[in-house]
Ligand binder design. Sequence first.
Ligand SMILES: [Zn+2]
Length: 154
Amino acid sequence: MGLLGLFKKEKKGKKATQCSVCKSHMERNEGYALTTSQVISSKTYWDHKMVEPETMSYTTQHFKDKDENATKMRGIIFEKTAEKDQTWMTCDTCIKHFDVDHAATKELASEWWNAENGHKIPNTGKAIDHLPNEAYETIRDYATMEAGASLIRL
Ligand SMILES: [Zn+2]
């Protein structure tokens, strides 16, 4: 490959993105790349997700009013998230919510930055295909029934 080829290779890839968790702006080569099962396995992720503006009312109704529909909605939010077939790019703040190898997920992030749009890191895809059933059910129950309890005022 000549110099021109090298230059082209360097120019390839993405310039910026949004954190898949908190939506904050990320510059090229920042962040960490996670699979769907890594993301949804984190209780801390669910504690934050269930008190976001879009989910807060379900969480309040679930805990305060024992509203069955609100509980059901929390279950649906879990399922929708767990079936995402995508690479999760997370910022320096959000990575702290996940119990993952920082060096390995950083490495996968640089692959992601250099790849075409829609690039999927190994083992991402529906969480149910990558987690043991028991682990999947345990985290689903946590997300549906318990997540966010300590962060809301009842
Ligand atoms: Zn973030």
